[in-house]
Design a protein around this ligand. Structure first.
Ligand SMILES: [Zn+2]
Ligand SMILES: [Zn+2]
Ligand SMILES: [Zn+2]
Length: 376
């Protein structure tokens, strides 16, 4: 024990890591992001090799469990196949996807929590435009909810969140990062891919129930808000994020948008991350590095480009409806639509999902409490 540690009774501060212990590259200059479900540990990603690491006392690696999709930490550098949390390693128990009533109850909890957590705005032209594009993209994402809507969050952080019903939350900061309609189609397609097949539902449920077990009274009713916030900050794990990119790109091709827009978007995001723009800090932790995303899409872009000589970007249409002048103008504050009809699409059957720590009782209690809310 260090002398200072012995005197203060607290662990001595470790000198901050400046280089990535995996690739020895300089660590990102972006601010670190706090993750509730990791005990508010601060996390950042190496923009060179893509590893995530906590900062502060006793830094460790951060992974997304390939079994249950929850974040966990470890002192060892793990291969992708070995990135499973302790619960998933010790349990062989698998159950089918959660029933729609449970997903519906969860979404009502999340919507209610979001209303108090973030501020939302609307502009008649902006809303009409975003919802029209979402409706056009949805049929091109397999399994995506067809009756979703876009809600704009009054935040200049680059942030997005897909809810199981297909409601997509996008921040002003995210919209301001986009230059044309092709880029908007990519972003909405990526989020719809998360909502498709129950991915958003499963993660929100797990983060929420994990929070209920962990937080007890300390969270003061913030458990569901923290679940939503953690999902925007930790993402769905590398493979699911890259798969969502691929589905979004396929949708763009089918809709005859210029897929090279995505390369331009990822390049701009990478530049801003390298300059340390704090608005990009959450995105840097939740998604693979822009370089890796661009690299994975590059092959597809090359072979699809042959058919896309006439592909569109609709830059002027986008600027008039959702450009900087619109976003900087007076937008009206609006409540998050908690009571809106929440229609949950059928979840894909047959996927094996580790569900080792949710008691049936807890699930039933949530359904019962929400049912009671509806009755009264
Ligand atoms: Zn690294
Ligand atoms: Zn797990
Ligand atoms: Zn994503």
């Amino acid at each position: 024990m260090e002398a200072s540690e012995a005197l203060s009774g607290r662990p001595a501060a470790t000198p901050e890591e400046t280089d990535c212990p995996r690739c020895q590259g300089p660590l990102s200059v972006l601010p670190a992001t706090s993750i509730h479900s990791l005990g508010f540990k601060l996390v950042r990603r190496c923009l060179r090799c893509g590893s995530r690491r906590t900062i502060g006392h006793a830094p460790c690696w951060v992974y997304t469990c390939t079994g249950c999709g929850l974040p966990f930490t470890g002192n060892e550098l793990l291969d992708r196949e070995a990135q499973r949390c302790d619960e998933c390693r010790s349990s062989e128990e698998f159950i089918a996807d959660p029933v729609p009533a449970l997903v519906q109850a969860t979404e009502v909890e999340i919507r209610s929590a979001l209303r108090d957590l973030w501020r939302f705005v609307r502009g008649p032209g902006l809303d009409t435009y975003l919802n029209q594009i979402l409706r056009e993209v949805a049929p091109h994402i397999p399994g995506a909810p067809r009756h979703g809507n876009v809600v704009v969050c009054d935040e200049w952080t680059v942030r997005s969140l897909a809810l199981p019903s297909g409601t997509i939350v996008v921040s002003l900061g995210l919209l301001a990062t986009l230059n044309d309609e092709a880029e908007l189609v990519f972003v909405l397609g990526h989020e719809l891919a998360h909502a498709a097949g129950g991915d958003a539902a499963v993660r929100l449920l797990r983060l929420g129930f994990h929070g209920i077990v962990r937080d007890t009274e300390a969270a003061g009713g913030l458990t569901w808000a923290w679940a939503a916030e953690d999902l925007t900050r930790i993402g769905y794990g590398r493979e699911r994020e890259l798969a969502a990119d691929d589905l979004a790109l396929r949708a763009m091709c089918a809709m005859h948008y210029d897929v090279t827009s995505v390369e331009r978007l990822l390049n701009r995001i990478e530049q801003r991350m390298e300059q340390g723009d704090p608005a990009l800090a959450e995105l840097a932790v939740s998604h693979p590095t822009p370089r890796e995303r661009a690299r994975r899409l590059d092959l597809s872009v090359r072979w699809r480009r042959r058919d896309l000589a006439e592909a569109r970007v609709n830059r002027e249409v986008f600027r008039r409806a959702s450009g900087h002048d619109v976003l900087k103008a007076e937008l009206d504050p609006v409540d998050f639509p908690v009571e809106a009809a929440v229609e949950i699409p059928e979840l894909s059957r047959g996927r094996e999902i580790s569900w080792p720590w949710i008691g049936i009782g807890a699930a039933a209690a949530l359904v019962a409490s929400v049912a009671a809310l509806w009755l009264f």
